[in-house]
Design a protein around this ligand. Structure first.
Ligand SMILES: Nc1ncnc2c1ncn2[C@@H]1O[C@H](COP(=O)(O)OP(=O)(O)OP(=O)(O)O)[C@@H](O)[C@H]1O
Length: 362
């Protein structure tokens, strides 16, 4: 089977005003060393400005790959198809130069490991100042150190103004003693502080969309809650839309407006958070809910969802990918993939034998 041969009907949304981001039938496969991996297999969703969408699922379900595809951050072995329209314009298929414009001005990403993303040899103030100047340059179509081609330079490309903005950003992300920390190196900061710095760098471009990929996973639960509160506050104050990628349904339930549950590269359930958690339909979501991480669980431990493993994405099964692990599975599930459809208003799922409300967590 190849991605091109997949016959799932393409999800279509009811007409309405164009959202900030509309992803339609996103597919990503990797071709390397004679092996083909079907990492994302027809993902569709909409994200409105100022909203938070959580993408949830076990390790390997395609959460990161689907988001990196939007940012043009996948290796050349990736084959991408579908559509991702950001403010009405297509992101997929852009050249690296065109994509850099978006990364520099509209969309930013924060990753799990701030220690690796920050330069250990540079003071954090310098790193944020550079980001501010680079984005100001990108807005004007030039870098901080390149000629302006007759255009007046953006004030933020000057060092002093950019430094001032950098301190402002550190205060915005509530870094304690921002002015002092400005002169420190990453190793002098705690993990939570470093993540605040990464968020400050991401905000340097005033993004309309922030993708937080397991941004709090490496942190202890208290710091995790502080960072999530910060993201929520920024979203409310600045109107930034957020895609939160996480293993953690508890975080999604607390912070997100909408939730997508992914399994084996597909969305299997998608609804406003309140609907999803009070009327779980997909047995996989039900299994995840039974496995919300306990406080003592190590942060990177696999979710003990339900016995069995997700399928090998180099040979996806013909029927429902969750069938081999699903207590409700029948022969139909093993042979025929259930369509992903809006089965109740605003609530999408892909299951032949969905859970009834009596099984929900209400
Ligand atoms: N560069 C690559 N080449 C081949 N396969 C890849 C590549 N990157 C990711 N994959 C595969 O794509 C699938 C989806 O990976 P992805 O990182 O999106 O999962 P995830 O849900 O984000 O998992 P995690 O929570 O562990 O980050 C996995 O099977 C992974 O092994």
């Amino acid at each position: 089977m190849s991605v091109e041969e997949v016959t799932d009907p393409v999800v279509t949304f009811n007409d309405g005003p164009a959202p900030l981001l509309e992803v339609q039938d996103l597919r990503v496969r990797f071709d390397a060393r004679g092996r083909r991996v079907y990492a994302v297999n027809g993902l569709s969703y909409r994200l409105e400005a100022g909203q938070m969408l959580a993408i949830i699922g076990e390790s390997g379900s395609g959460k990161s790959v689907s988001s990196r595809a939007l940012m043009g951050l996948l290796p050349p072995t990736a084959r991408i198809s579908g559509s991702a329209r950001f403010q009405g314009s297509e992101l997929l298929g852009l050249s690296e130069k065109q994509m850099r414009r978006h990364r520099g001005a509209d969309i930013a990403m924060v990753f799990q490991d701030p220690a690796r993303s920050l330069n250990p040899t540079m003071r954090i103030g310098t790193q944020i100042t550079e980001a501010v100047r680079a984005h100001a340059g990108a807005r004007r179509g030039h870098g901080p150190h390149t000629p302006t081609g007759g255009k007046p330079p953006d004030p933020l490309t000057t060092k002093a103004a950019a430094q001032e903005r950098a301190v402002e950003l550190l205060k915005l992300v509530r870094l304690p003693a921002a002015e002092r920390r400005f002169h420190e190196y990453p190793h002098q900061l705690s993990g939570g502080m470093r993540q605040r710095v990464m968020i400050a760098i991401a905000l340097a471009c005033d993004p309309k969309l922030l993708i937080a990929d397991e941004a709090t996973t490496a942190l202890d639960v208290t710091t995790q809650a502080q960072i999530m509160d910060l993201l929520l506050e920024l979203q409310e104050r600045l109107g930034t839309a957020i895609i939160m990628i996480s293993h953690d349904l508890g975080l999604a339930a607390t912070y997100a407006h909408d939730v997508i549950v992914m399994y084996a590269g597909k969305a299997v359930e998608y609804a406003p958070a309140r609907t999803l958690f009070s009327h779980v339909r997909m047995p996989y979501t039900q299994a995840l809910l039974g496995a919300i991480p306990r406080l003592e669980r190590p942060p990177h431990a696999e979710l003990p969802v339900t016995p069995g493993q997700p399928p090998d994405l180099s040979s996806p099964p013909a029927g429902c990918a969750f069938a081999p692990r699903c207590p409700r599975a029948t022969d139909q599930c093993r042979t025929e993939a259930p369509p992903f459809e809006e089965q109740e208003t605003g609530h999408w799922w892909a299951c032949w034998h969905p859970c009834e409300d009596t099984l929900s967590t209400e």
